[in-house]
Design a protein around this ligand. Structure first.
Ligand SMILES: Nc1ncnc2c1ncn2[C@@H]1O[C@H](COP(=O)(O)OP(=O)(O)OP(=O)(O)O)[C@@H](O)[C@H]1O
Ligand SMILES: O=C(O)C[C@H](Cc1nc2cc(Cl)cc(Cl)c2[nH]1)c1ccc(Cl)cc1
Length: 303
């Protein structure tokens, strides 16, 4: 007995004709992201469009299906992640219908000479910690966290994107991470400046890989530069493996202490890596002494 057709509009499988496509709001290596409006509800979405031919040629199907699976898992989280409303396809393309992050990327706000200050750094580092706690609770490691993958929604809260490189930690992975020095080939390397030492040394990634990226992002929110910078990816990797970075004069002692406890070569020694309740030891750090973790309140003005 075939099920009755969905009663209301939202349950019906969508197609491109349900949307009016507007401007391009971003380009990925395999995607174009459009601002689009649902013709039935007038609601705005970001629609990420991928060419099937390109997916097949570049053998990126697994990446797309992984992003779809991760976004479906995360769509149950209350906030901090872009929501996947639906997916559909036509002869040439695949479509992800996503929350529209109206206020764009974090990166320009921390690099331009604007009003970004230590209060913003603390607030958004706290939102990042809360987002990482939710990822941990869902068993997901993002593996490519960087300011370009952190967007702002219309109320200036963060929305993490780009889960095509994410990994679901299995019980097996967790066990292997406890046995130090277990060697396994990594099929994935993130973005040079933010890649963790364990990924460079072909060791298994773990939640602690995202804690390394958190350290890099907090460093960058304060100094506007990433901690490991050099003229080539090879030289950046060398600096990461030797933990070769310095603090600029903008850093106070408390911020330095937190960054030092996150940028630790051994993943199991990073602050939060062995928390029974992740990430209580990061929450308790002096750097977050002004944060009320049960209600971090409205975002600071960064206009
Ligand atoms: N939900 C969204 N709302 C607003 N802008 C978005 C959204 N998703 C992506 N973008 C913008 O589109 C750009 C491309 O995003 P997309 O995730 O498709 O590519 P990418 O995966 O970041 O690129 P790559 O494939 O090289 O990693 C992003 O850098 C971002 O600026
Ligand atoms: O409609 C669905 O939800 C399932 C399809 C499944 C699917 N069809 C595909 C065709 C190609 Cl060429 C590549 C991938 Cl990754 C493909 N994945 C799909 C469509 C769109 C997106 Cl973004 C992901 C998966």
């Amino acid at each position: 007995m075939t099920p009755p057709p969905p009663s209301d509009e939202t349950a019906r499988k969508r197609s491109a004709s349900d949307f009016v496509f507007g401007k391009v709001i971003g380009e990925g290596s395999f995607s174009t992201v459009y601002l689009a409006k649902d013709i039935h509800t007038n609601k705005e979405f970001a629609i990420k469009v991928l060419e099937k031919r390109h997916m097949i040629r570049e053998k990126k199907m697994e990446y797309v299906l992984r992003e779809k699976k991760m976004l479906q898992i995360l769509s149950g989280c209350p906030n901090y992640f872009v929501k996947l409303y639906c997916t559909f396809q036509d002869v040439e393309r695949l479509y992800f219908v996503l929350t529209y992050a109206k206020n764009g990327e974090l990166l320009p706000h921390i690099t331009k000479n604007g009003s970004w200050n230590l209060e913003c750094t603390k607030y958004y580092a706290a939102e990042l910690v809360l987002a990482l706690e939710q990822l941990n609770a869902k068993g997901i490691v993002h593996r490519d966290l960087k300011p370009e993958n952190i967007l702002f929604d219309e109320n200036w809260h963060i929305l993490l994107i780009d889960f095509g490189s994410a990994k679901i930690m299995t019980a097996e992975d967790k066990k292997e991470n406890e046995e130090d020095g277990k060697k396994r080939k990594n099929s994935f390397v993130g973005t040079a400046q933010y890649v963790s030492p364990e990924i460079l040394r072909n060791l298994e990634t773990s939640y602690a890989s995202d804690l390394w990226a958190l350290g890099c992002i907090i460093y960058q929110m304060v100094s506007r530069l990433h901690p490991f910078h050099a003229g080539s990816e090879y030289l950046i990797f060398q600096k990461i493996l030797k933990l070769e970075y310095e603090f600029t004069e903008e850093f106070d002692e408390t911020t330095k202490d937190l960054v030092k406890k996150l940028l630790v070569l051994n993943p199991t020694k990073r602050l939060g890596a062995t928390d029974i309740k992740p990430y209580s030891s990061i929450r308790q750090h002096e750097f977050f002494s002004d944060i009320d973790w049960d209600n971090i309140g409205p975002p600071p003005k960064i206009l």
